[in-house]
Structures are given as structure tokens and as C-alpha cells.
Design a protein around this ligand. Sequence first.
Ligand code: 2AM
Length: 442
Amino acid sequence: MQSLARTLPHVLLTPSGLLPGKRGITRKIQSLLSTVLSRKMSSPASKDQAESQNFPFLLDDHTVGAFKESKTLILLRGLPGSGKSHLAKEILDKYGDVARVISADKHDIKPAVKSVISDEYNQLDKTLIGNFNKKGVNVIVLDDTHHDKERLETIFDIADDHKFTVVIVEPKTQWRRDCNQLKDKSHWKLSLEELKGMKAPFDTDVLPLYFGWFLTTSSADVLKKMRHNFLEHLGSLKAFRKRAKPSFIHDENHRGKVDLISYFGQKPNILHCTTKYCNHGTAPGSKEYAQNDAVKKGYGKAFTLSISALFVTPEVAGARVDLDDQQLLLWPADAEKEVVPTENLPKGSRAHITLGCAKDVKDVQTGIELLKIVQLQIKGEKGEEMGELCGGELRYFNNDMWVLFLPRKVEVKAIFCGFYGKSKSSLESGKKDSALLSCTIV
Ligand code: 2AM
């Protein structure tokens, strides 16, 4: 009754029961009471089930909406019998037609300490790719143990190729690491030794290349349109063309419009705002960041980010993101100091979305360029007024930095999770880094 008292307005409850009230109100209370009671009593394993369902993509409407309009691979991970298939079913029930579950069990793949590349796995990958390519399928749930490092790398590569964001989820059941209990829960009838042999990888987090907010497909479309209009109009602007040499244009004889869309031809696969670069666990502070309570709670949750300005320098094109208090909890304390160690810049002032990079420029440069602008603003520089552009106010700062202050903040939806694939620069140079080199995964 005590927990009910918290659910119902306390003035209506006495130690002996409900106070008499108007009939309508009493009926409402009775119905509320029965809903609460049935919720509390209907499921026999209610505690375990509630635990295993405690994920934002099941409970939080904003997140459910964001998943429905994104392309997400929910990678279920855990020992056989830990509750993955139950969770997969919950997700399917929640998302209906936009979701698909692909299960290793259904492909007759018996969990083994070392996942061998078998015909069954080849078939599973074909099914996975088929679903990645299916129109209207936005949430794919992959139900397998995912303890094997090489297997994970294969999946991350396939997801990246198909522009799907990966969210790694482990069931929260109490017995998920208890081999004695698991032995009787999995239909594969694995021995205690087999289960113990698979357990070690679950003691270590799979750390991404970077954590961040990944824009939903519809929000990314909005921002891509803004990027296109901004670069198109800026490149045509007389004042810009006058100042474009030699920073943006090296050809002395160039006349007319500057093609900034081709100039910033290197673009991220999925538009995102990086919070913490982890390099799969080797970057300083990445393990601590992953353990942070806000990071754990926020993982797999949707947020609304506010974009206040777009900017262009000879190196990069980016969008400035204004973080709110909740979002700042996910922002590393040293993110600004990493770039400008000598100053105390406001927390979150490096937050941005890379829209494009010039040839041979690395995407990390966008945050560095943004902090140059922030430093000038802190010194009181307002930039030279360049008139109105795309409805916003264009200003020119020293060193060929152009900032478009938007008339009102543009809100974009984004899911907080990780990017687990390989670093693009290592792919371009032909060096295929092992994405999970640092993880102690078997
Ligand atoms: P970005 O967020 O500015 O685009 C992979 O390279 C991603 O991690 C990119 O999104 C990139 O920057 C970010 N990144 C790369 N190296 C980084 C570093 N040393 N510190 C912070 N972010 C980095």
C-alpha cells in the first residue's frame, strides 16, 4: 500500500482506506487503483521483467519516436539464456512494422566460445543486409551472444556501410552473468564450462570509436538542406567571393561563384555531435567516461539538440550546438581544455556537428575552429556585418571565418550512442586498424 500511496494523491488515502468522495471521483480512483494493482500483480516475473524492459527505447516516447524515424541496429549482447530473445520480442511488440528481429538461434547457430564463420553465419549476414536495404525497416534487432571480437567487427562494418547507427544492449536480468542459472535457461543445453568460456568478454565494455548524438534520418535531412542552402548562397555572395582568395580559391584567375559544396566534399556518414572520442578505449579518460552514470543512463536515449549558428572556415563547415543542462551531463569536463589548455572556456562551447571538411582536413578540426570563434567572441569581437543570408545574420571574423547566426535555434532530434566502426582515416590510408584492438574480448 505504501508504494500505492506514492502513485495516488495522498489526501485521498487514509490508513483505513479511501476517503468517501464524490461518486465520479471515487470511480476514477477505483479504476486507477485497479490499473495500478493489475500492473503490479499481473505478471509473475514482474520485477525481472520490469528490470529487463528498463530501456529508454521501450519506455520513453520521445526516444521511441526518434528510433522510428532513424536507422538503428539494436545489437543484443549477452550469454545464452540471459534474456535477449525476451527483450527482442519486447522491441518487436513496441515497434511493429518498422522493426525486424534477426536471431542467431533461428539460423541454427549454436553459441560457441569462438564463433566460426559458418554457412549459417553467412546466411544470417545475408538476411541482415537484406533488411538493411528494405524500405521502411528502421529498427533491426540482432539477437546473438556477440561475445566474439571479430564477429562484432564484421557487424559494425556492415552497419556502417548501410548507414545504420548501432546501439549495443545487454539484458538487465539479475542472472545474466550467473553461469549456474544460465545453464538451465538456454535451450542449447550448454555445459557450465562452455558458458564460463564465453563469460570473460562481458566483463569489459565494448567501447566505441566515439560517443555522441546521432541525428535521426529526418533531422539529418533538415540539416543537410540547411548545409546545402548555406554553402550555395555563401559561395555566390559577392562579399565572400571577394575574400575567397587565397584561402578558399588558389586559382588567381577564378571568377564567379565559389563551389563550396565540392570544396567541403568530405562528409560524415551519419551527422552527429561527438561527445567523447574514445578510440575504442585507448583515448585518455574513455573508460571513465563510459562508466559515468549519466552516460550509462543516457545511452540509447533520444535528445533534442539546438543549433544556433552555422560556420565556415577554409578547413571546415560546421553547425554550433547549444547544449542544455541535461546534455551537459554527457559532456566531458575536459573537452574544451583538450583544445585550449590555457583558458577556461565555457563547458559545451566545443559542441558542434561537422557538416563537411576540405580536402585532407580531419573532422576533429571542426571543434578546434569553433573554439577559435568562441575565443574571439569572449574577447568581445562581434565580427564584421555581412548582411542577411538564408534568413540569418552573416558575420565575418578574422582568418576567413564566416558565421551565420540563425534567426531562431533549429531543433534536431538525435540518439545518444556510439560509433563502433573503424576510423575512416585509417581506411583511406589502406591501414585496416583492428576496431576493438584495446578490448579484452576473446
Ligand atoms: P567531429 O565530431 O568534430 O566531427 C571520428 O573521427 C569522429 O570523432 C569525428 O566525428 C571527429 O570529430 C571525432 N574526433 C576525432 N578525433 C577526435 C579527437 N582527438 N578528439 C575529439 N573528437 C575527435
